[in-house]
Ligand binder design. Structure first.
Ligand SMILES: [Mn+2]
Length: 429
C-alpha cells in the first residue's frame, strides 16, 4: 500500500470511512476537453491518474481497506480515448484490495457506509455525488433496523492538508526536478529574448522546455509581461511585442509528476537594466534575499510578511514612491499600493498548496519538509499618481521555491540567476 494512504488511514477517526473522488474531466468548448489533471488529494493517496474513479477507504475492514471504483476496460472506448487500468489493473497495478466498475458505486454505497460513524467526504465539489451521498444517508436513517448510518460527514482536507504540507524525501526529489526544469526554462528565456519578439514567443520557449523535459504541463498559466504588462499581477494574455529598453516579467513553473514549481524572474529585454529599473530591482532583490535567508523551522508567515513589508516600505520611501513615517506606512499597509500580494505561499501538488496558514488563529511556524515560495515585488502602474516619472510602468517580482530543512532552508530554484550582474552576464552571450 502507498505510504500516503497508510498514513491517511492511521490519522482517520476510529470507525470512519472515506470517499475520495477523482477530478471530473473539464470541457474546454463543445465536445473538446482540457488535458486531464487528476485531483491532488486523490492522486496523493492513490497515484491513480484516470477520471471517473472513486476511492473508498475503510481502515477497520478486515480485507477491503482500500477499494477503487474505476472505468471498466472497454476496447471500443479505449480506441477513442485511451487505455484504462480497469478493475484488474486497479488491483494489480494500483494496490486496491478490491475494485469494481464505477457504475456500481451507488448501488454498493449503503453497504459500504453501514456501521461507520463518520464518512470523510468533501462536499461542494461533485454535485451529483453530494446528492447521491446525502440521499443515501437519509434513506439509511429511515431504514434504521437494517442500516446504521454515519452521524457525520467530515471534510478530509484537515488531515490531507497537514499530510501534504510536509513533503517526504521522494516528494522533495520530484519537487527539485520540477524546480530544475522551471529554472532551466527561465535561463533559456533570458538567453533568447530580443527586442521585437512577442511575449508569446517567450511563453512558447518556456513551455517547449517543460514538455521536452517530461513535465506534464505548466503548473499554472505562464505569465510573460513586457513593460507595464508586468504591473498586471495575473497577466496571461502574452500577446504584446517586447520593446527595447523594457523589462519583461516571467512567472512560470513546470508540473512534474504532479508537483509544481513556481518561479518569477524579471529581466531587461535588451540585456541591460536601465538606472530606474535597477533601483526598483535592487529594492525587490534585497527584500527577497532577506526573506529567503530567514526561512527555517519556527519562522512564521507573519515574520516573513513583516520583513518584506518593512524592507519594501523603506525602499519606497527612499525612491520617492511613498512619503511619511515608515512605521505608520507599514501599520496602515500603505505599501500595498505597490506591493499588493503576500510574500509567498505553500507549494506542492498544487501551486497554492494545501495546508493551514494559521493554527488556532495563530501564525503557524514553518516545519522541516514544507516548501514555500518567497516572492516580493514592486509594481508601479503606468498611470500611478504622485510617483516619480522614471518608475512608471515598471513591475518587478522575484520568486524562488524554498524547502524548509531541519536547521535552515534549501533554495530549490537556485539554477536561475537573480543578481543584476549575473543576469546581464548570462544575457550577454
Ligand atoms: Mn507564486
Amino acid at each position: 500500500m502507498r505510504t500516503q494512504l497508510a498514513e491517511f488511514m492511521r490519522r482517520m477517526e476510529p470507525g470512519s470511512v472515506a470517499v475520495i473522488p477523482a477530478a471530473p474531466e473539464a470541457t474546454r468548448s463543445n465536445d473538446t476537453h482540457y488535458r486531464y489533471r487528476q485531483d491532488s488529494d486523490f492522486y496523493y493517496l492513490t497515484g491513480f491518474d484516470e477520471p471517473e474513479a472513486i476511492a473508498f477507504v475503510a481502515p477497520a475492514h478486515p480485507e477491503r481497506k482500500f477499494m477503487l471504483f474505476v472505468r471498466p476496460r472497454d476496447p471500443e472506448q479505449e480506441t477513442w480515448t485511451g487505455r484504462r487500468a480497469g478493475v484488474v489493473g486497479a488491483k494489480e497495478r494500483h494496490g486496491a484490495d478490491a475494485a469494481f466498475p464505477v457504475t456500481e458505486f451507488r448501488e454498493k454505497l449503503a453497504e459500504l457506509l453501514n456501521g461507520a460513524r463518520t464518512v470523510y467526504y468533501r462536499l461542494g465539489v461533485h454535485p451529483d455525488l453530494d446528492e447521491a451521498l446525502i440521499k443515501q444517508l437519509a434513506e439509511m436513517r429511515t431504514r434504521s433496523r437494517q442500516f446504521t448510518a454515519p452521524d457525520s460527514i467530515t471534510d478530509p482536507g484537515a488531515i490531507l492538508g497537514e499530510m501534504r504540507l510536509v513533503k517526504s524525501d521522494a516528494e522533495i526529489e520530484l519537487m527539485q526536478r520540477a524546480a530544475d526544469i522551471g529554472a532551466e526554462a527561465h535561463v533559456l528565456a533570458m538567453q533568447n529574448v530580443r527586442p521585437g519578439m512577442y511575449e508569446y514567443e517567450i511563453e512558447a520557449l518556456i513551455e517547449y522546455h517543460f514538455r521536452k523535459s517530461g513535465a506534464a504541463a505548466p503548473a499554472y498559466g505562464t505569465i510573460c509581461g513586457g513593460g507595464a504588462n508586468a504591473t498586471i499581477l495575473h497577466y496571461i494574455t502574452n500577446d504584446a511585442p517586447l520593446r527595447d529598453g523594457d523589462l519583461v516579467l516571467v512567472d512560470a513553473g513546470a508540473e512534474y509528476q504532479g508537483y509544481a514549481s513556481d518561479i518569477t524572474r524579471t529581466f531587461p529585454v535588451n540585456g541591460r537594466f536601465t538606472a530606474p529599473q535597477r533601483e526598483i530591482y535592487e529594492a525587490v532583490l534585497a527584500a527577497q534575499t532577506a526573506c529567503v535567508e530567514m526561512v527555517k523551522p519556527s519562522v512564521t508567515w507573519d515574520d516573513l510578511n513583516d520583513r518584506a513589508a518593512r524592507m519594501l516600505t523603506e525602499s519606497m520611501l527612499r525612491l520617492g514612491l511613498l512619503e511619511g513615517d515608515v512605521d505608520r506606512l507599514i501599520e496602515e499597509k500603505t505599501y500595498r499600493r505597490f506591493f499588493m500580494h503576500g510574500v509567498g505561499h505553500f507549494l506542492g501538488l498544487d501551486v497554492h498548496d494545501a495546508g493551514r496558514y494559521k493554527l488556532d488563529g495563530e501564525p503557524r511556524p514553518l516545519d522541516p519538509g514544507v516548501v514555500v515560495t518567497v516572492e516580493p515585488g514592486i509594481y508601479v502602474a503606468e498611470d500611478a499618481e504622485g510617483v516619480p516619472d522614471r518608475y512608471r510602468g515598471i513591475g518587478v517580482r522575484i520568486e524562488d521555491d524554498v524547502l524548509v530543512t531541519g536547521d535552515g532552508h534549501r533554495v530549490l530554484t537556485s539554477k536561475v540567476p537573480k543578481g543584476i550582474e549575473e543576469i546581464e552576464k548570462l544575457m550577454a552571450h
